[in-house]
Design a protein around this ligand. Structure first.
Ligand code: ADP
Length: 595
């Protein structure tokens, strides 16, 4: 499959053609200064003037000059709001949804929509797919995406954190894990995308759980022309003092601030670094503020994930500026992250040679420079989406509601029920070999105790307590959403049995939604172990879709999706419901393929 990837900015278009079988771009062209007298299209070393040309004219010029055939068109859409957390085929309904999101991204979505209209006019017969910058952050937990403002207002106006640069963060996190020869699901990675726009992301075991941009791409790091974090009080004070309207203030924070405003020598880090070397104090200060902010986020994200395994620098500044990387990485020794100054100075990355390790040999944390490739990331996502658009719709997946339960070790059984005690089977449960036990324990959290929680046998090598969101609140702990078995850095609790207490220092999780399936089912659904899928359920005539459902394949499993009691209650699902596979959002094998 060959796809044309279109990335429209307000006055620019970047275009590339990606070939699936060659796994590379065939060409990349761009147009600049659209809507002005200097509008032009740049094709290789040729520059074609198109005075006052718009997105449509630029696209037409580019398409005329290439002889390629495409199977689909892929569009970058910056803001997907709460509506889009997956790639989507563009229809008139989808366009009007994206239009509705314009108030959340007034500087970005209109350009994306212009590109969509222009390319549909040129290629009406081809499928058009939208890939959203916000989609990768659809896994942010509520505590990360909520602003502390009245809930009713936040809901009414969709005021929450969304995050951006998703394709880049996801791509470089996957590339980093392939380079380290580990599964992304076993790593805690902090990705720093430092381009004109800049953001950090905490990628915990493959999922975005925090990111520095918020409701709009204005929050967070210092950027080329955007301020990043600033006290809202300072914004009001400036508006009053300078008599600025909201639009003027928005423009000011987006286009005249950041490195540009602080340094006074423009937004290009190369010019600022040169001015700093030449003794310009403002330029020096802006570099310090820029690096300090990134280091602050790295510290914060390490705390949130309970540690970090890899720090990744990417995009224009991250890939090219050894100086910024060094300033950011200094004093991170306390995390076990030690930069090798020589390797850092010599690191060069390109599309062909896209990872450089710049950590000291004895650094526990890998510090990497990874070349991002947002267009390729979008192309692969779109191809994956088109290939999976029509999964087997007929197969019903039974849904089981998991009550809170725990898995235990013999050491825990000894303490809770007496030395040498053997767990007694109460009744078998649906997954072969597993059984509910007669034994129950109390779970004691800092806030409350939950009594009579059933143990599920057989014994396991680690204690794991699986609770719901309501339980976590009631116990008074923050339990992360995890795959079964991933308990590292999760909170601990006290377990109380008839014979005594057993304290665990970690092991309490909210189990991630998952489907158990036999390899034969996986074949019928065209999915494999660790793919992430969507499941649609028809509940009382309402169509509900559960996203972010992990597929677990084993010859020991029978087909069944597990959700927790909270989710079942919220969706009014009881015993006997079933769902169908509505789409595949993440193919596990793609992470491995990118070696
Ligand atoms: P975007 O895609 O967001 O427009 P890029 O990822 O291309 O941005 O990054 C652009 C920025 O990268 C430039 O503004 C420039 O500041 C910075 N940059 C590029 N090369 C270097 C370099 N060698 N040293 C420092 N900064 C650089």
């Amino acid at each position: 499959m060959r796809v044309l990837v279109i990335n429209c900015g307000s006055s620019s278009v970047k275009i590339s053609v990606y070939d699936q079988s060659l796994q590379k771009h065939i060409f990349s062209y761009k147009a600049e200064r659209l809507g002005t007298t200097e509008a032009c299209v740049i094709i290789g070393d040729r520059k074609i003037e198109i005075p006052n040309g718009n997105h449509k004219l630029a696209l037409e010029k580019i398409v005329q000059s290439c002889s390629e055939e495409f199977d689909a068109i892929v569009h970058r859409v910056v803001h997907g709001g709460s509506h889009f957390s997956q790639p989507v085929r563009i229809t008139s309904d989808v366009i009007s949804q994206i239009e509705k999101i314009i108030p959340l991204a007034p500087l970005h979505n209109p350009a994306n929509i212009a590109g969509i209209h222009a390319s549909i006019a040129i290629f009406p017969e081809l499928p058009h797919v939208a890939i959203f910058d916000t989609a990768f952050h659809g896994t942010l937990p509520r505590r990360a995406y909520s602003y502390a403002i009245p809930r009713s207002l936040a809901k009414k106006h969709n005021v929450r954190r969304f995050g951006f640069h998703g394709p880049s963060h996801e791509w470089v996190a996957n590339r980093a894990s392939s380079y380290l020869e580990q599964n992304v699901e076993d790593l805690r990675i902090i990705t720093c995308h430092l381009g004109n726009g800049a953001s950090c992301c905490a990628v915990e075991y493959g999922r975005s759980i925090e990111t520095s941009m918020g409701m709009t791409p204005l929050e967070g790091l210092v950027m080329g022309t955007r301020s990043g974090d600033i006290d809202p009080g300072a914004v009001f004070s400036l508006m009053r003092a300078e008599d600025l309207s909201p639009e003027e203030m928005e423009e000011f924070l987006n286009r005249s601030s950041g490195l540009h405003g602080l340094s006074g020598v423009g937004n290009d880090m190369r010019d600022i670094a040169q001015a700093a070397e030449d003794g310009n104090d403002q330029a020096r200060l802006s570099i310090h503020v820029y690096a300090h902010r990134i280091r602050k986020y790295i510290g914060a994200y390490s705390a949130i994930m309970g540690g970090v395994d890899a720090i990744v620098f990417t995009a224009g500044v991250g890939e090219n500026s050894a100086r910024i990387r060094q300033q950011v990485a200094q004093r991170l020794d306390f995390l076990g992250a030690r930069l090798d100054l020589e390797k850092n100075r010599e690191a060069r990355v390109s599309k062909e040679n896209d990872v450089a390790d710049i950590s000291e040999i004895r650094s526990r944390v890998s510090i990497l420079v990874v070349a991002t490739d947002e267009e390729r990331a979008m192309a692969e996502k779109a191809i994956e989406f088109l290939e999976q658009e029509n999964p087997n719709q007929d197969l019903q997946i039974p849904i089981a509601i998991s009550a809170r339960h725990l898995h235990v070790t013999q050491a825990a059984v000894d303490s809770l029920f007496g030395k040498g005690h053997t767990l007694r089977e109460y009744k078998p449960i649906s997954q072969p070999g597993q059984f509910a036990c007669v034994e129950k324990v109390d779970i004691i959290g800092p806030r409350r105790t939950i009594q009579g929680v059933r143990i599920i046998g057989p014994l396991r090598p680690k204690v794991q307590v699986e609770i719901s969101r309501t339980d976590e609140f009631s116990l008074g702990i923050d339990a992360p959403v995890r795959n079964s078995g991933d308990v590292a850095n999760s909170p601990g609790v006290i377990l109380r049995g008839p014979n005594g207490d057993y304290t665990i220092s970690e092991g309490v999780i909210c189990a991630r939604r998952h489907i158990h399936m036999h390899p034969n089912d996986a074949k019928r659904f065209h999915v494999s172990d660790r793919d992430v899928v969507e499941v649609s359920i028809n509940s009382d005539g309402r169509d509900l879709t559960f996203g972010d459902v992990l597929v677990r394949v084993s010859p020991k499993y029978v087909l069944e999706m597990h959700i927790d009691t909270d989710e079942a209650n919220a969706a009014q699902i009881s015993r006997g419901f079933s769902g169908i596979l509505a789409g595949v959002s993440n193919k596990a094998h793609l992470c491995k393929k990118r070696v």
